[in-house]
Design a protein around this ligand. Structure first.
Ligand SMILES: C[S@@+](CC[C@H](N)C(=O)[O-])C[C@H]1O[C@@H](n2cnc3c(N)ncnc32)[C@H](O)[C@@H]1O
Length: 144
């Protein structure tokens, strides 16, 4: 398994928090670009909130690029753009940002589905993930 993020700090954190019992196999912790074709082919891909700062176009291009190198399914999450969340997002923009982290890019679920389908990908399950203030949208892309 490859566990990758652009941030070496987050990769270190994931390595530190690894449960003691994981069963068989091994994990390669890498700091780098998960979209780099040099990583080779994958059986499955899970991108947990990795694409939430991408526009719909960049997100669809990233998923399509991964799909070309993945034998099985891809599951990724993104910030869904809904009327209520758009309002919250707009209100948040009125306040100065205290850090330099990139802004979350809310994307309408239908828009990302349309773009992925236009790239020839077959879509699977789509589900809202919500826990307290955390809200995201999970989208599955089926094997080709
Ligand atoms: C909102 S954080 C989510 C972090 C983690 N996946 C989680 O669920 O807690 C988004 C992360 O995606 C990473 N990211 C964005 N594009 C990436 C790429 N092309 N390759 C690797 N990591 C990427 C960023 O470095 C950032 O740490």
């Amino acid at each position: 398994m490859v566990a990758i993020d652009l941030s070496p700090k987050l990769v270190d954190l994931a390595r530190d928090r690894l449960p003691a019992t994981l069963g068989q196999g091994s994990i390669a912790f890498l700091a780098g670009d998960m979209l780099d074709p040099a990583l080779g082919r994958f059986d499955h891909v899970v991108a947990m909130d990795s694409l939430i700062h991408y526009s719909a176009g960049d997100m669809a291009a990233a998923v399509a690029g991964l799909a070309a190198r993945t034998a099985g399914s891809i599951v990724f999450t993104f910030a869904p753009r809904t009327p209520a969340l758009a309002l919250m997002h707009a209100a948040g923009k009125l306040f100065p940002r205290g850090d330099k982290s990139p802004a979350i890019e809310p994307v309408p679920p239908a828009a990302i589905r349309r773009r992925l389908a236009a790239s020839g990908l077959t879509l699977g399950a789509s589900e809202r993930v919500a826990s307290g203030f955390y809200i995201s949208q999970m989208q599955e892309v089926l094997p080709r």
